[in-house]
Design a binder for this molecule. Structure first.
Ligand code: ZN
Length: 277
């Protein structure tokens, strides 16, 4: 899934590559996927997008936004897969879910993995509410240790769900998914199922630091190695904790890394450094 470092990377590349281009045609590919959501029909997307110019690209947490002039906005959210740019003359992949052809002969395709939505919002929808910008991204000025502590306290499920629920599934912090979560919790030495009230001050501060450190490093490296940027290049961030580390010795203490299933997804952890609650 695209998490904040990948969203930042792709949005920056879109800014450098797509701004000023005019969309000539929007179409769906031969692939169909029931977990790909559009906010209108493909015909409506084509009618609204054809002739409009890309005027901006940005990201917020895990979302990517492409501004199409004043009138509309493409919102890529909660997304897994590949958003790829193809310069003029470069072959287009045989299979994809969505395709944007630009007037200069270049194109962009999106191929979904898992699930995701690509919403096309018209002006009246864009201005309705800041629905897309829910939560605080981990490297924003608002994400101070004090605010983080306050968010933990305000989390309504704090006694029910563990820290994984707060960081990944709640809307409080926007940017972390199940992949970076593993490294963040390992660095902070916290088990994913730890309940929020059990986290002491030092642990909260360690967690804040691990979140910011991991996100900043991954952005600097262009996202993680198992994802692709706009030009189909893998990122340079190598995960500490993932399927590749299962059964390997912990880099801190040598205990073998374990896998557990928790809150809809695998967690990889060191049972010694990240003690069970
Ligand atoms: Zn360990």
């Amino acid at each position: 899934m695209i998490e904040m470092p990948e969203a930042v990377t792709i949005a920056q590349q879109m800014q450098a590559t797509l701004i000023g281009k005019t969309i000539q045609h929007f179409s769906r590919g031969v692939l169909v996927h029931k977990f790909l959501w559009l906010s209108k029909t493909a015909e409506e997307y084509d009618a609204l997008l054809s002739g409009s110019k890309v005027t901006g690209a940005s990201s917020y947490g895990r979302s990517i936004f492409l501004d199409m002039g004043e009138a509309s906005l493409l919102w890529f959210g909660e997304l897994g897969g590949r958003i790829l740019y193809h310069s003029q003359g470069q072959p287009i992949p045989a299979k994809y879910h969505l395709r944007w052809d630009f007037a200069d002969g270049s194109a962009m395709t999106y191929t979904l993995q898992m699930w995701g939505f690509v919403k096309l919002l018209e002006e009246y929808e864009v201005t309705k509410e800041p629905y897309a910008k829910v939560g605080i991204p981990p490297l924003s000025a608002a994400f101070t240790p004090e605010r983080f502590d306050q968010l933990l306290e305000e989390y309504p499920d704090k006694t029910k769900k563990g820290v994984k629920g707060f960081l990944v599934t709640s809307q409080h912090v926007n940017g972390i998914g199940n992949s970076y979560l593993q490294d963040i919790l390992f660095k902070a030495k916290i088990h994913p199922a730890r309940k929020i009230p059990s986290l002491g001050f030092d642990e909260r501060m360690r967690l804040h630091q691990a979140i910011q450190g991991t996100m900043a490093e991954a952005i600097r490296l262009g996202g993680r190695e198992d994802e692709r940027d706009l030009f189909d290049h893998p990122g340079g961030y190598h995960r500490l904790m993932g399927s590749q580390s299962l059964g390997q010795p912990c880099p801190n203490c040598g205990t073998l890394i374990q896998k557990i299933a928790y809150l809809g997804g695998a967690c990889y952890l060191c049972p010694n450094c990240q003690e069970r609650p």
